[in-house]
Design a protein around this ligand. Sequence first.
Ligand code: AMP
Length: 399
Amino acid sequence: MIKRTIEDLKDNQLEGKRVLVRVDFNVPLNEELEITDDTRIKAALPTIKYLVSHQAKVILMSHLGRPKGKVVEKLRLDPVARRLSELLKQDIKKVNDCIGEEVEKVVSNMQKGEVVLLENLRFYPEEEKNDYEFSKKLANLADVFINDAFGTAHRAHASTVGVAELLPSYAGFLMAREIEVLSNLMENPERPFVVVLGGAKISGKIEIVQNLLSIADRILISGGMSYTCLAALGYEVGNSLLEEYDLEIVRKMLKKAEKKGNKILLPVDLVITKEVSEKAESKIFEIDSIPKDGTGVDLGEKSLIEFEKEIKKAKTVFWNGPVGVFEIEKYAKGTNRIAKILADMQGKAVTIIGGGDSIAAIDKAGLTEKMTHISTGGGASLEFLGGKKLPGIEVLPEK
Ligand code: AMP
């Protein structure tokens, strides 16, 4: 899949032209509305800098959080504009809307090399509905469209799909790199290829595991998803996080994995507590003796040793989702250990991290530089590996 990219645009298609760029500035903010992790802003810089240096008029658009189609003051993009301006060392003009008269006026007065940031797209319900009229209003602002928001590529929204259908469209540098790395992973991974899955949710991930069964050599399942698997196998998992899920489907998947040479590895022991808090006591239990009032919060020592053994054999590793409730320091041990194992494989294996929480854990441990590739889209990278077509990528023309 070779998509047309920003580098396929000739100089005269950029100089003085209005270029609308969908970026993913969905950054975490604290109570004081300060950005606690600017990775996503930094990830968009190569595309923005390239456009500025080619004298384009750069119009940036993004969503932030879940305002559910209404203006939510706390979710305005002003903190992003300030941080972006610092990083670019250039003034950014922030507009308080993403469509309408004010925006049109600002855009028509733009100079070459100037950067404008539009307001949170999701203040309009039309964005997530991929509404045609809304897409048209966004598209009318520009001559060219660039999608650099891999994190939302799995959603068919007005700013990812609608606009791309109306304007000449290209992938930005970040999008192009994500497609390249993940396509390689799917089509030609150096083997053994081991996938480590964690996190809370299982919904949506079962289909991904089904697909991975024919791509990966080993799939290590932890976190909330593993409890559902253990429950499907008849184990008592106490009060551990269990999503309502058709256990028969999970059972079938596990059977299939067994037939394919025991492809799925589940925990053999877990850290169990009665109350998920820093102060509460916790103890390791084997999976066949989990107490009825216990909650699983991290991988146990034996599980970690098994996981480590499998990961170390790999030439390619993809990791998505923390293996425990890593926000609580005491239960972050397993997640930190996985991060450390991957970091130690630098130069010996390809290590790809997909998604928010695993990135946060690696970042906290100061190990980011040691990974081969950190994908900015958790959900998007998982769906990509799951063999699903991502609408935001599908709609971009091929070379
Ligand atoms: P997800 O969005 O599905 O990747 O889930 C991320 C969340 O999974 C983090 O907030 C973790 O605290 C949570 N998580 C990981 N392991 C567990 C676990 N064993 N029990 C409950 N939550 C978990």
